[in-house]
Design a protein around this ligand. Structure first.
Ligand code: ZN
Length: 131
């Protein structure tokens, strides 16, 4: 969800991505768009350094490999996203990705359910699309 400004987002020491986080990130970056090859290289050394105050699985990203190429992106929002299969009530969701200065920055789970999701969807529940 959009980062709440009223509550400080939690930060933590850099840790490797979980398998779920890596799967979601890799699937989103499987789309072809300008800068995608650079972001795929960055994703191989991406670490998690923080999260979202709401309790959803969104994470702040840090590219550990200082030599990884920066992606020439026109804006912060990556032009690919993941559509989350609608739940039993028909409520969909999406996963979007931000870059800062050409580096992976924030993987965000956008949800519309009342209940905060606490885990990433499985890749079987996700489909990649370009805006
Ligand atoms: Zn959240």
């Amino acid at each position: 969800m959009a980062r709440a400004r009223l509550v400080a987002a939690p930060r933590w020491a850099p840790r490797p991505l979980t398998a779920d986080e890596q799967d979601v990130l890799d699937l989103l970056l499987s789309a072809d768009f300008p800068g995608a090859p650079d972001l795929r290289i960055q994703a191989t050394s991406a670490q998690s350094v923080g999260g979202c105050a709401c309790g959803c699985p969104s994470i702040d990203l840090l590219v550990a490999d200082q030599a990884a190429p920066r992606a020439p992106m026109p804006g912060r929002l990556v032009p690919a996203e993941l559509q989350v299969e609608p739940d039993a009530d028909g409520v969909p969701g999406s996963v979007i990705l931000f870059v800062d200065d050409g580096l992976l920055s924030y993987l965000e789970y956008v949800y519309y359910t009342d209940e905060v999701p606490t885990t990433w969807p499985t890749t079987a529940q996700l489909s990649v699309s370009l805006r």
